[in-house]
Design a protein around this ligand. Structure first.
Ligand code: SAM
Length: 316
């Protein structure tokens, strides 16, 4: 496949300004280990044109097909979606999109429920407080490391009370599997990571996927990158980040956030911070300041060698 000379696989962070299909078409087969994204939900937000649902699904299919091609055989795709809403009737997009992924031979490993506390207050149905992450793998031999993402055990001191292990701790001292229901605050007004983007990922949500589904120096791709939350979650953990975004304004914010992280000035909500509990307001952890320079395996160049991000204008 012909690769644009501007596509530099030696870079560790590639931000592409334009349609994700244009970037995908330049990417080599099996290039990335993880694809994690939240596509437009076809709700008519400022960055999308509201389409007929079938047309929307056909468009998504084109992107998903290319994503499968650029995915490593041991890689994963995590598609994070909510509901398409039409005259108060909802269509869960994970249900509508599932046949596309399975027709392309992908295997569903989890349907993760991301539960959060804030959102619109509905008056004619229950207020929506969760969205879905569909996690697919390309094969049976996929990367999945549980240890980096374990969470504290409920009863860490519990011991076996009989049998050959009597007296030994009965649960894994490294913590437990976080399960398929994740309680992580969404990014609303007073979240430390809030930018102008109306629906950005909390970085900690993506850190969990990156840490479990990739290893250091793997590429993580977000085709609908917004303000670069996936890139930040990846770079913080010494992975390489590639992403595309159609709105120049969001690309600029993504660059700014990454530059701040390089300077040690970007603050994110720490992964181990508990969800706010009004009965225990002091049970809290301060924001984590990201400093990419102090990362374990120093990435000398976040920017491509000439000090420029690889970006491209959308052709009209
Ligand atoms: C739901 S938002 C994703 C936000 C992102 N997760 C973040 O943390 O900022 C979807 C993004 O896709 C962008 N977008 C829409 N169509 C696109 C396309 N064809 N190619 C690339 N980006 C696109 C939108 O501008 C929007 O920022």
């Amino acid at each position: 496949m012909k690769i644009s000379p501007r596509f530099d696989p030696m870079a560790s962070c590639i931000l592409f300004e334009g349609d994700c299909l244009n970037l995908l078409k330049q990417m080599p087969d099996k290039f990335v280990k993880l694809i994690v994204t939240s596509p437009p939900y076809n709700l008519g937000k400022s960055y999308e044109t509201r389409l007929d649902l079938n047309e929307y699904l056909a468009q998504q299919k084109k992107v998903i097909e290319e994503c499968v091609r650029v995915l490593d055989d041991s890689g994963s795709i995590c598609w994070q979606v909510g509901n398409f809403v039409n005259n108060g009737e909802i269509v869960p997009l994970d249900i509508a999109l599932f046949p596309i992924f399975s027709s392309l031979g992908l295997q569903l490993r989890n349907r993760i429920i991301w539960h959060f506390g804030h959102g619109l207050h509905a008056s004619k149905r229950f207020s929506g407080r969760y969205e879905i992450i569909l996690w697919f793998t390309k094969s049976d031999k996929y990367t999945f490391d549980l240890d980096p993402i374990r969470i504290p055990q409920k009863y860490p001191q519990k011991k076996h009370f009989k049998g050959p292990k009597k007296g030994e701790l009965s649960s894994n001292p490294l913590g437990k599997n976080p399960s398929d229901i994740w309680d992580i605050p969404n990014v609303k007004a007073n979240h430390i990571e809030k930018t102008k983007h109306p629906c950005q990922f909390p970085v900690e949500l993506i850190e969990r996927l990156v840490l479990s589904m990739t290893r250091e120096n793997d590429w993580v791709f977000d085709p609908f990158m917004g303000v670069g939350s996936t890139a930040i979650a990846s770079l913080v953990h010494n992975r390489k980040a590639i992403g595309s975004e159609i709105m120049p304004e969001y690309i600029s914010i993504a660059k700014e956030r990454i530059k701040k992280a390089e300077k040690g000035e970007l603050q994110i909500r720490p992964m181990d911070r508990p969800v706010y509990d009004p009965t225990e307001p002091t049970r809290n952890l301060p924001p984590r300041t990201v400093n990419l320079k102090s990362a374990k395996n120093l990435q000398p160049q976040l920017l491509e060698p000439k000090g420029k991000y690889i970006t491209r204008r959308k052709k009209r």
